[in-house]
Design a protein around this ligand. Sequence first.
Ligand code: ZN
Length: 308
Amino acid sequence: MKEELENESGKLYGGLEAGGTKFVCVIGTGPDDLRAREKFRTTTPTETLNRAIEFFKKHSYKQQLAAIGIASFGPLDLNTSSSTFGYITSTPKPGWTNTDILRIIKSALNVPVALDTDVNGAALGEYRFGGAKNTDNFIYLTIGTGIGGGAMINGKLVHGLLHPEMGHIRIPHDREKDQFPGLCLYHNDCFEGLASGPAISNRWGKTAQELPDNHPAWELEAHYIALALTTYICTLSPERIILGGGVMERTVMLPLIQDEVQKLLNNYISKPEITKNIDNYIVTPELGKYAGVLGAIALAEEKANYEA
Ligand code: ZN
């Protein structure tokens, strides 16, 4: 019902998924109504942002956009009282440090602009259009080149001091079983340092794609992911956990993780969602590869409704 009412409002939104390797721009109102889409490589900030601006100008001449949402790689400054609010800050991506992405887009197009992390965007997309509808407390975790997580608590995405950096928690690392030292530049063997896609290929000397389904790599990977998930389950008490990213495209992973989470929790959290129906508790994203841009559309929609 909510969707019908909002579509009746006739508002049109822009969505920008700003990734470290590619940008995706869309115009529309939701998964069944994407009216234009363009994808291009992330190069310099000037070139890439100009291309996004041209896209939105070209596709909004008939109807002014109510808002644009940006789901961006980071880290981002999302503290509204900070002088660098809306900036991509200390990113290792060459040329992008201290890019004022929010204001560049906003001043070129003169529309309200919302900015959040790529993973918070994806979480909001699943909440609005996908597998977390009617779930006010959940976690969205992406496991790929890096590991990032967004947490929705009581229907709001958690921000706080910065934004959650769920990929950098410390997890137990048995150095006898796994001699790989980890590759996080800040912590070596944090969760991301042990379990990101590059960690898998560095540990085994093969890309993840080259490792067969029965390779011990996947069991170890599931173990690390499950360790992190039990920490989030015990601290945030999510009602659902959505796992996205390249590593999760390997279909053997999900059941391995579900089993390992049950084993590690050992019936301590005695809720049927975990003890009986874990298939429905730890899931993969419903929106698939569109989660990012649809998250950006959801950010825009929230912004437009807030400004109205
Ligand atoms: Zn780290």
